[in-house]
Design a protein around this ligand. Structure first.
Ligand code: NAD
Length: 457
């Protein structure tokens, strides 16, 4: 295993050193090839996502395929400008001179991807790595095997495999890859494995981007258009892989006075979206694996939790399906309320006054995304000013990730580094400081001997 990881690295290192990945033409050709791949193989991609997660085709298209194509097109459009050096002013200390920041590729980079959006989360960092002129290895998640093997089949058909490779596998294969000296490691997944990645990176002082998760809160004030809010929360939770999404709402905070209305509204919306028996709905993804199914069902089997279920709670182990489940005032020390849920349960915490929500969120780890529904401008401003999160969105859920002008990434426990749009290019680029002088402008005071006369000036 270690030998094959070393062989992959040696080949890519050779390609990078030869300068194959640097020209704009190479980068553009690879990105165009990826667009072609996405267009020509859309059905295969959708089939793979369905095989891995029973992901509804509409979700596969909206949340993975179209975003991936959009990311390629955005990079193709911006690339020429992104690659240009930035001229910056000269300083008096270097007069006369010219100064610029020259973007240069980092080298050979590793992308380790997760299973929940197995197409998008793999391809989007790879797009950034290619745009920035790097050689890249993609290690897709073994928990989404159909998408992983589709990548292994398709990428060599479309892109330059002397510079862009797919290595499939799980812990052993990833461990072997992590033993190599990379110029950057881009990891998406949970915080425990992130620690393994960081430890491996530390050996070679390799920089990392860590795209992690956490408990994403949604504050719901009573001053809202409730029907719209409930639809947006529901689609951002259950319409995103049935809650198996890093930026899906993990829990809601609302007031004691408003919670019944909110639950009623969620109930109506859920019935409209998924019918009387959501376990039979083709519009709801399944749980990815039996181990995740067991982990999730255990969360609501806990007696203290089970009695708090207001909606849903049905499970079907054969199909690996769990119905959208809403709970109210679950004890805060239960596993459901302490760890990231990453599934279809949506607990609601109630407070006396909505303003208390901000302190509640800030008492926990910094989330990847935080959401607020309210028409109250002051509350909106307090939320933006006082809640720390990777990203935030007011009066909707998850959509901030679709704006390529916004960086996507976490802070604190939810990750480090960001990507999307030009941020993906920057993520895999070193901004090199370059100063060019001539031979004029000699200031004798800088040279010894530091005579008394020189020290007077
Ligand atoms: P996962 O099980 O697919 O693991 C992620 C990657 O780590 C895989 O490629 C896997 O092979 C590798 N891996 C697993 N164990 C390893 C080990 N011991 N050593 C080396 N590599 C190992 O995905 P996951 O971790 O279950 O993903 C879910 C988590 O990821 C959640 O916390 C979620 O919030 C987070 N996530 C974050 C984002 C984001 O963009 N910030 C996106 C999706 C998921």
């Amino acid at each position: 295993m270690a030998a094959s990881a070393a062989a992959v690295m040696e080949e890519l290192r050779g390609s990078f050193r030869e300068g194959r990945t640097r020209p704009a033409e190479w980068r553009t050709a690879q990105l165009r090839a990826l667009v072609r791949m996405i267009e020509e193989k859309e059905d295969d991609i959708s089939d793979a996502l369905h095989a891995d997660l029973a992901k509804p085709r509409m979700e596969a298209y909206l949340h993975e395929i179209s975003l991936a194509k959009g990311a390629c097109m955005f990079a193709l459009k911006g690339l020429k400008n992104w690659m240009k050096p930035d001229k910056v002013p000269s300083a008096i200390t270097t007069f006369p001179s010219t100064a610029q920041i020259v973007p240069e590729p980092l080298g050979v980079v590793l992308v380790i991807s997760a299973w929940n959006y197995p197409f998008l989360l793999s391809i989007e960092p790879v797009i950034g790595a290619i745009a920035a002129g790097n050689a890249v290895v993609l290690k897709p998640s073994e928990i989404a095997p159909a998408t992983s093997s589709l990548f292994a089949k398709l990428l060599p058909e479309y892109v330059d495999s002397s510079c862009i490779k797919v290595v499939e596998g799980g812990v052993t294969e990833t461990g072997a890859l992590l033993g190599q000296r990379w110029d950057k490691i881009f990891y998406t997944g949970n915080g425990n494995v992130a620690r393994v990645v960081l430890a491996a990176a530390a050996k070679h002082l390799t920089p990392v981007a860590l795209e992690l998760g956490g408990k994403c809160p949604v504050i719901v004030d009573s001053n809202v258009d409730l029907h719209v809010a409930a639809k947006r929360i529901a689609v951002g939770k259950w319409g995103c892989n049935n809650g198996q999404a890093c930026i899906a709402p993990d829990y809601i905070i609302t007031t004691k006075a408003f919670v019944t209305e909110l639950v009623d509204s969620l109930k109506r919306v859920l019935e409209r979206f998924y019918g009387e028996d959501p376990l039979q709905s083709a519009d709801l993804s399944r749980i990815v694996s039996i181990s995740h199914f067991k982990r999730l069902t255990k969360l609501i089997e806990d007696k203290e939790v089970a009695t708090k279920i207001q909606l849903g709670g049905q499970t079907d182990q054969e199909q690996l399906k769990i119905a959208p489940t809403v709970l109210v005032d679950v004890p805060l020390d239960t596993e459901l309320m302490t760890g990231e849920i990453f599934g279809p349960m949506l607990p609601i915490i109630t407070v006396d006054k909505i303003e208390e929500s901000i302190a509640h969120i800030n008492a926990g780890a910094k989330p990847l995304a935080a959401y607020l529904f309210t028409k109250d401008k002051k509350l909106q401003q307090d939320f933006v000013s006082n809640v720390s999160a990777g990203g935030m969105l007011v009066n909707d859920v998850a959509l901030h990730l679709t704006n390529p002008h916004l960086p996507f990434g976490g802070v604190g426990d939810s990750g480090t580094g960001s990507y999307h749009g030009k941020f993906s290019f920057d993520c895999f680029t070193h901004r090199k400081a370059v100063l060019i002088r001539g031979f004029g402008g000699e200031a004798n005071a800088r040279y010894p001997p530091y005579t008394a006369e020189k020290q007077r000036i």
